[in-house]
Write a protein that binds this ligand. Structure first.
Ligand SMILES: [Zn+2]
Length: 85
């Protein structure tokens, strides 16, 4: 079971964290990679992460999150369910 990335949180992580961006050029390139600063998160912290995020979720946007994207890369955080195994 994956652990939530938030320090001190020992909940299992229900969600994988993806850093997502979309480049508005002719190529329409998509950036979509696992967030290296917080690869997995629990549902509770994902909700907190979204509620406390500051910024607009838009292509090439810059958003400050309490838990994810700690390198403040352009784009925004999305989540997807961890495949249960
Ligand atoms: Zn957590």
């Amino acid at each position: 079971m994956r652990q939530c990335c938030v320090p001190g949180c020992n909940h299992p992580a229900e969600l994988e964290v993806i850093l997502y961006d979309f480049y508005l050029n002719d190529g329409g390139e998509v950036f979509s990679e696992q967030d290296s600063t917080c690869p997995y998160i629990c549902a509770e912290h994902a909700v907190k992460n979204e509620k406390q995020a500051e910024g607009v979720r838009e292509p090439r946007g810059s958003i400050v999150y309490p838990y994810t994207n700690q390198n403040e890369a352009n784009g925004f955080t999305i989540y997807r369910p961890v495949a249960s195994s």
